[in-house]
Each structure stands twice: as structure tokens, then as C-alpha cells.
Unconditional design. Structure first.
Length: 757
């Protein structure tokens, strides 16, 4: 499905108040008729909402006299219209109502850095080539604006399901024919542009031609160290593959002259570099269908450039403020102390699902990570904890919840903003109509997106949530102040009143000022919880906020964990769960405990290890790994069992529940050394443990003045993770690895004198 973009735009600058008239024509499509369809517009900065319906002919005409960017949703097609209304004029758009096509076209794709693709070079196939019963012939035809063919261009069909990339080059007619398996979805790459189009195949063999408009680059690029440097002609124009992006950079109220700008393509290793001119401007030609984070010398994630929605020819003019981060200007502040260090939770990075408990609310499962032979020196035991998914709400007292969420530019990284919207929507879906909800979003300033209200009908709330877009800076303090006011509006003697803050960064307001405001809020009978995403958030601030607010501090290591921590927060409020459980592991002098991954503060006595398990909540799937040393491994190990006991208090009856299980090692007659971590999820957990340990060593060494040892610690961690995953880093670990590499770069710059000290 392709949407026909704005057809006409006539500016009328004589009017004092800008008015934009928008005409929509909605045609029939696979999703049904275009008549009487809901059309909702939400302004992206004020979150004003306007709701309409198409008429019996599928048409709608609307006049806007406020706002600058309205995001329109048609039925189930979220944000399929982007209407700029900063100037008076008229615009029109024609589209088909095709929810499935829209969903496919805007599908969130995997990070290619996490996939070790199998490359299949295609031969000289044609539309007349023979094909097998389970194959299809797909021809990609590249044409310019005037219809001219483009020969010798690299083209690929990429299948994420099978992790296969079919490659070739266009012939003299600008065409390349691929013979590929049926029943798969394929992304079409052209030159350096990923996923320019797609083609999905069913089970029946077909012969299909996909015509694509394509213009080769009219500029040159070269790799400078790890950066891409572009040489752009003065009159360079955008094309169907590259958008013309001009940035105006300001700093401290003035223009930023001769400032180096880095643009990081998300889900890629590509980084573009250029310097601003004497007007503080810099121009790039960027591949469309991507998002880019903006970095400066002393500021990371300053803003985001979103070209994911660009279809056709794209011009982007964007202003960005450069606010140097004192932590980057001063190395002593950037390297965290041991107390400030954020430790990764291995369960934020592994994907495990355990069976529902057959009896009771909580159960656990045991599995060895490896078999044993006489050369085995170590053993790894997986302990999987599972809490029943469906529980009964403890109290019918209405909840009064305010979300204060970060939508700064950095939230575009790892699709955090997308996951945030899905997680908020799921949270709202579980609330009762009588519950109260409000939403504050903040970047450089804070906005009341949803004023405090009873939940009631949820559609209007969800419309606003899905209109959130990432951009700008991070003003946590203003967001909290507005959040406090919204919670107060609907507080009663029976409501459960809580504010939930989510952020992935630092604000400019001193921690002390924010904490004082929080204490005043809490003294009024409210609670406050905090969610930190990634590892760049202010741990000192969030931990103090949660402590002062009587709520919980959640750490979401990746964007995929945002929904889990929101769910954990909701369920900690409304479901009756015991807050403590204890796991006891008993072993013998042949299998000796060495280390626990997944929980902290274990207590070890001869032949036994105990650890308390906090924060049980419905649906919990939690993995722990226990590493043992094997003493003189022989076949007699098969008789040496490890016994595990789980003890907890039933939330309903108040009685203590004890579950006991045991597991024996499995012997093999293999004579070679066995991989201790056969399971990929186990390897991921160990990689996270390596990162945690190395960061602790780094922080300790740096505090003691040994910068060389601090640098060696993080370099060693990156090498160990590479050894665990030599081909492709799992998507969940890319952020961890990038964080380590960031510290490596900091130490390299420190040695070269690139920091102020």
C-alpha cells in the first residue's frame, strides 16, 4: 500500500491567523469501505484532539486554525497523516483504507547488527527462468524520474525470518530478477538504502515485477575513521532515496559556529559527520526510512531526525539546541562512581517463558546448562521462577495515576518511544472506568497531554498516547511539578494516588531541588515511583525520588522492558502478592557453589546458598543462573543431586508455602571439552554479568586513580562479549555493548587530551 502524499498546497500569507483546510478522500481497500470511518487528529505539541467521520463517499474536509503539526489516524491506521499547519493554505490527500497494509508498511524491523545474515548471490535469472514448486520470481525494476533505467545498482531481498539476504545487481535495463522461497516476507534494499520497499509472498508461486523510482546519489561520500563524510554540491537536491536535511544549531542563545555534528543512524553502525558553517547551519543528504540521533562533542542524544515517515522527495529544516553536558566536559563526572553505577539485570536481556504453575501462585523450574564428562570443570544450573499470570484485584478503591514520561530525542533510540506508547496503552486498557488517569510529557518543556480525568471511554486517551513523538531536551523538574498538580485534582479519601516517572536521561535542575518538591508532594499523602530506561538516566535522582515517594524504582535495561516495569508497577498496586520469597540451594562437596546471576545479596554457608526474591508480581518469568565448580568430575556425579527449595507466604491465606525440587547432573561419554553455555539465553545472561563486573572494576579503578586499569576493564568486557557472540551481537545486548564502547572512547579521548581536566 502506498499513500498519495499532499497533492496541492497554496499559501495565503495575508491572513493574520493561519488556517489550513485539509481534504481527505478515503477509498475502499482490503480493510473495507472508506465511508463513515473515524478520523482523529492530535496536535503533536499541545495534544489537542479533534474527532471526525468521513461521509458516505469517504470524504472529509477540515479547517485547522491552531497548532503546527497534526497527526491523523484513520480507523485502525495510526498516524497515517502528518499535516503541517504553520502556514495558511489548502492541502489534500487520497488513500485506501488498508489497516493491514499500513501495519506492514510501518512494521518495526529488527536491528540488522544483531543478525548474521546468510548471503545468497543470485544468478542471471529472468522472468522466464524455471522455478521450483515452492519458489517465485521477483523482478526489481529501477527507474528514474523520467523513466530512464538504472543499471549496475546493488539490490537485495532481505528475509528477517530466515536471516537470509539475496543479492545481485541490476542489468542494462535497470532490472534484477530474484528466485526466492515462497511463504516469506522480504524487504527490498537498493544501494545503501535499507527497506525501501517490501514484497510478501504467500504459498503459491508467482512471477511479479516491483517497479521502483530511484535516483543515484549526486554527491560523494568517504569513510573518515568511523564516520561518513559527505561532499555536497551547493545545489544538491533530494531524491526518492535521500532526504535533504538542513540543521540550524544554536548554543547558549547564539549560533553554533564550526561545531562538529554527528548523526547516528539507529539500528546501524553508520555515523555521518559534518561541521556547521558561519551561520550555524549544516546540511546532510540522509537515506530515508530511518531515524538519526544528533550528537555533539559534549552532548549525546541532543535530538532526533525522523525520516521514517518520508515517502517520495523530502526536505527537512530543523532547529537544534546544543546544551553541553557537564559530565562530558569533565571526565571526572562522566565516569560513574561505584555508588552511582547502574547494574544491569540479566532478566532485562533474556527471553524466557516458563509454564503456568499447576497449583498455587508461584512455582520454579530447574535445568542444567550443559552435560558433563571427565573434562568438565564447571556447571551452570538454570532456575526459572514463574508467578501465575491472572490474579484478582485486591481493592476496588479507584486508582489515581499520573504518568510523567520523557519524550526527549534520546527516547527514539531502541524504539523506546514506540515501546512506551504500547506499554502505556496496555496499562490504560487494564484500568477500570472509575479509575483516574493523567499524562504529562516532557522534553525541553512539560505539557499536560491528558488532564486528570476518570478513565471512562478509553479511545480518546489512546489516541493521545499514540500521538507522542520524541524530540528535544529533558526537563524532568517541570514535568514532575505539572504531574503533582494533576494528581491533586482528583484525590479523594478513597483513591490510591501515585505518580509514575519514566526517563532515560538527565535534567538540568539540581537533584536537591527536585527531591524537595517530591517530599512536599509525598507529605500530601501521595506516592511516587520511578522508571529508569537504559543506563544513562540519573540513578541518584530516581532512587531518591522512589525512596522519598514510598514507591518503587524500576530499571528497564532495554526498551522491550518498559512494558514489564509498567506492568510490575500496576500489579504492585492492585494485586495481592507476597513481597518476599526465599530460594535455598543445597549442594555437596562434588558440586560446589561459586556464583549467582540474576539476584543479589545471596548468603552462602557450607553446602547451602540462600537468597531472598523481591517484587513478585503476576505473570513474572524470571531466570537465575547458578555457577558451580566440579571437583574431579566422574560418572558418579549422576548420583549427586542439587536440591532447591522455594518458600513464600500465600497472599490470600497467609500460610507459608514450601516447594521442593531436585536435579541430577547428566553424564556423557563425549571426550572433548563441552561448551558450558550451550543455551543462547545463558550466554546472554553471562554477557550481562561480564558487563556488570567490568563496570564495577572500571569504577573502582577510576576512583583510586588507576585510569589504565579502568580502561582495560571495559576493553576486556567488549572482547569477552565478542567471544560469546562472534558472529552477531543479540539485539538486546547491542545497547550494553555500545555503552561499554562509549567508555572505551572516553578513555581514548582522555589519553589524547580531548577532555578538560
Amino acid at each position: 500500500m502506498r499513500i498519495i502524499l499532499l497533492l496541492t498546497l497554496i499559501f495565503c500569507t495575508s491572513q493574520l491567523i493561519s488556517q489550513t483546510t485539509f481534504d481527505l478522500t478515503l477509498n475502499d481497500g482490503p480493510g473495507g469501505t472508506g465511508a463513515n470511518r473515524d478520523v482523529v487528529f492530535v496536535e503533536s505539541s499541545t495534544f489537542e484532539r479533534k474527532a471526525f467521520k468521513t461521509d458516505a463517499n469517504g470524504k472529509l474536509s477540515v479547517t485547522f486554525d491552531s497548532g503546527s503539526l497534526w497527526l491523523g489516524s484513520v480507523g485502525q491506521m495510526r498516524n497515517c497523516i502528518r499535516l503541517k499547519t504553520a502556514f495558511s493554505g489548502e492541502s489534500s490527500q487520497t488513500m485506501s483504507y488498508d489497516p493491514e497494509g499500513w501495519k506492514r508498511e510501518n512494521k518495526e524491523l529488527p536491528d540488522r547488527r544483531s543478525i548474521d545474515f546468510k548471503i545468497v548471490e543470485q544468478g542471471n535469472f529472468s522472468r522466464n527462468s524455471q522455478m521450483g514448486p515452492k519458489e517465485s520470481l521477483i523482478t526489481v525494476a529501477l527507474r528514474g524520474r523520467t523513466g530512464q533505467p538504472h543499471p549496475d545498482v546493488e539490490v537485495a531481498l532481505v528475509c528477517f525470518e530466515t536471516e537470509t539476504m539475496y543479492t545481485g545487481r541490476t542489468n542494462r535495463s535497470g532490472e534484477k530478477t530474484f528466485k526466492v522461497p515462497n511463504g516469506q516476507n522480504y524487504e527490498i534494499d537498493v544501494a545503501d538504502i535499507h527497506s525501501l520497499r517490501y514484497v510478501d509472498l504467500g504459498d503459491e508461486s508467482i512471477i511479479q515485477t516491483v517497479g521502483m523510482m530511484y535516483e543515484p546519489k549526486t554527491f560523494t561520500e568517504q569513510k573518515d575513521d568511523r564516520f561518513i563524510v559527505q561532499r555536497l554540491p551547493r545545489d544538491v537536491k533530494p531524491s526518492s532515496s535521500h532526504a535533504h536535511v538542513k540543521l540550524d544549531i544554536t548554543s547558549s542563545g547564539g549560533i553554533a559556529v564550526n561545531e562538529e555534528v554527528h548523526l547516528r543512524m539507529l539500528k546501524s553502525n553508520k555515523v555521518y559527520k559534518a561541521k556547521t558553517n558561519d551561520q550555524g547551519q549544516v546540511t546532510f543528504m540522509l537515506p530515508i526510512n530511518n531515524k538519526y540521533m544528533v550528537d555533539f562533542e559534549f552532548q549525546r542524544d541532543a535530538d532526533v531526525i525522523d525520516l521514517s515517515y518520508v515517502k517520495g522527495i523530502g526536505f527537512v529544516n530543523q532547529g537544534i539546541q546544543y546544551i553541553p553536558d557537564p559530565r562530558l566536559q569533565n571526565i571526572e563526572e562522566f565516569i560513574p562512581s561505584v555508588a552511582e553505577l547502574i547494574e544491569y539485570d540479566i532478566n532485562d536481556f533474556v527471553d524466557k517463558q516458563y509454564p503456568e504453575p499447576e497449583t498455587g501462585d508461584v512455582d520454579f523450574y530447574l535445568k542444567w546448562g550443559n552435560k558433563f564428562n571427565k573434562k568438565s570443570k564447571e556447571a551452570l544450573l538454570e532456575v526459572g521462577l514463574k508467578v501465575k499470570s491472572k490474579m484478582t484485584r485486591k481493592s476496588l478503591d479507584p486508582l489515581n495515576i499520573c504518568f510523567v514520561v520523557d519524550k526527549s530525542g534520546s527516547m527514539s533510540g531502541e524504539d523506546r518511544i514506540g515501546q512506551l506508547k504500547k506499554s502505556l496503552a496496555r496499562f490504560i486498557e487494564q484500568l477500570e472506568p472509575t479509575d483516574r488517569v493523567s499524562l504529562i510529557v516532557f522534553d525541553g518543556k512539560a505539557t499536560v497531554a491528558i488532564p486528570a480525568r476518570k478513565v471512562g471511554a478509553k479511545k480518546s486517551i489512546l489516541d493521545i498516547i499514540y500521538a507522542i513523538e520524541a524530540s528535544g531536551g529533558t526537563n524532568i523538574h517541570e514535568g514532575l511539578l505539572k504531574g503533582y498538580e494533576e494528581v491533586k485534582k482528583l484525590k479523594t479519601s478513597s483513591t490510591v494516588d501515585r505518580l509514575i516517572l519514566l526517563t532515560d536521561g538527565y535534567g538540568s535542575t539540581p537533584v536537591e531541588t527536585i527531591i524537595e518538591g517530591a517530599k512536599s508532594f509525598v507529605n500530601g499523602g501521595f506516592e511516587l515511583s520511578a522508571v529508569g530506561v537504559g543506563t544513562s538516566y540519573n540513578k541518584a535522582l530516581l532512587s531518591q525520588l522512589a525512596s522519598a515517594g514510598g514507591g518503587m524504582l524500576h530499571m528497564a535495561g532495554t526498551s522491550n522492558n518498559i512494558e514489564e516495569v509498567f506492568q510490575r508497577e500496576l500489579e504492585s498496586i492492585i494485586y495481592p502478592m507476597t513481597k518476599k520469597a526465599k530460594l535455598t540451594v543445597r549442594y555437596n562437596d562434588k558440586i560446589v557453589y561459586r556464583q549467582l546471576y540474576g539476584y543479589a545479596n545471596e548468603k552462602v554457608t557450607p553446602g547451602q546458598m540462600n537468597v531472598e526474591i523481591p517484587n513478585l508480581f503476576p505473570g513474572l518469568d524470571r531466570l537465575a543462573l547458578i555457577k558451580f565448580d566440579l571437583i574431579k568430575a566422574t560418572r558418579a556425579l549422576e548420583k549427586e543431586k542439587v536440591e532447591v527449595t522455594l518458600e513464600y507466604v500465600d497472599a490470600i491465606s497467609g500460610k507459608t508455602v514450601v516447594r521442593e525440587k531436585s536435579i541430577r547432573p547428566e553424564w556423557t561419554d563425549a571426550t572433548g571439552e563441552l561448551d558450558m553455555t550451550i543455551d543462547k539465553e545463558h550466554k546472554k545472561a553471562l554477557a550481562v554479568a561480564v558487563a556488570n563486573q567490568s563496570l564495577k572494576v572500571m569504577a573502582n579503578a577510576f576512583e583510586s586513580g588507576d585510569r589504565k586499569a579502568a580502561e582495560e576493564a571495559v576493553v576486556s568486557a567488549t572482547n569477552q562479549i565478542k567471544a560469546l557472540f562472534p558472529d552477531a551481537t543479540p539485539e538486546q545486548l547491542i545497547y550494553v555493548n555500545n555503552r561499554l564502547l562509549e567508555y572505551v572512547e572516553v578513555f581514548e579521548r582522555l589519553r589524547s587530551g580531548g577532555f578538560n581536566n
